[in-house]
Design a protein around this ligand. Sequence first.
Ligand code: NDP
Length: 292
Amino acid sequence: MTATIIDGKAFAATIREKVAGHVARLKSEADLTPGLAVVLVGEDPASQVYVRSKGRLTGEAGMKSFQHSLPADTPQADLVDLVDRLNRDPQVHGILVQLPLPAYMDSEAVINAIAPEKDVDGFHISNVGLLGTGQSAMVPCTPLGCLMMLRAHHGSLSGMNAVVVGRSNIVGKPMAQLLLGESCTVTIAHSRTRDLPAVVRQADIVVAAVGQPKMVQGDWIKPGATVIDVGINRVPNGEKTRLVGDVDFDAAVQVAGAITPVPGGVGPMTIACLLANTVTACCKMNGIDPPE
Ligand code: NDP
């Protein structure tokens, strides 16, 4: 039997529809239009694609989209000035600075310049601390999207063994915090983990966020486990390229109970959660209870 394919694309579409409904209600009942500002520095082609699709989907949800593209040699002080203006702009409820920033910039300093209540990426140190201590926080979009798919598939995750492969601040660590919050027994694996296949074989839930194409093999997966593949890797495909995840999908789908595809799994959920976080930020800033 092959695994159930968790259709992130369809799930994300339902979330965006709900977001559009909330936006329409905020407009009609509170005369508020949530606004998301996305800041891109430089011309990284992948980042340009992400920023464009974020802008398009923000508009489609009925929200205001503000896009700021700065040249690759922008001084950090100018970027921080822009962030500061966006912090003070009442039309802007969410601010996202597209990562990675050019190497000469101090990304942490830039992210921490965002007002925490507008930090819809959830990377500001205040939100990281709130999440880490189990308090209400702006939660990073990619792990939030993964969690929503897991909850929708399993209901309760309590007591399950979860292995998160990857310990980055933007995916691995917040993912582990969220799973801990769901009362999973959580292992965080990384490049120094000994016998990674054996560690992954313990998992009822595997979240792969390593950035290595097809690294997680089919025979690492415990039969029936749920596999969430965060990886987005562009690999050669004849004359062209194609996207693959961090999991060897064709092998893992034979063993897992459920699995997310790449593309069409985690990626679309990330943007849907960004829109949902912006609505939440807008509600909180205006003393309105945010939607569930
Ligand atoms: P990082 O490069 O920041 O982190 C990768 C992590 O994987 C590190 O903790 C690293 O360990 C670990 N790792 C790397 N190689 C191995 C290995 N051979 N064995 C075990 N662990 C390893 O990546 P990100 O967390 O930013 O992203 C991970 C993947 O997710 C990428 O493919 C990225 O494109 C994708 N991504 C997808 C998103 C989406 O919307 N779907 C959003 C964000 C990211 P160590 O710390 O020891 O170096």
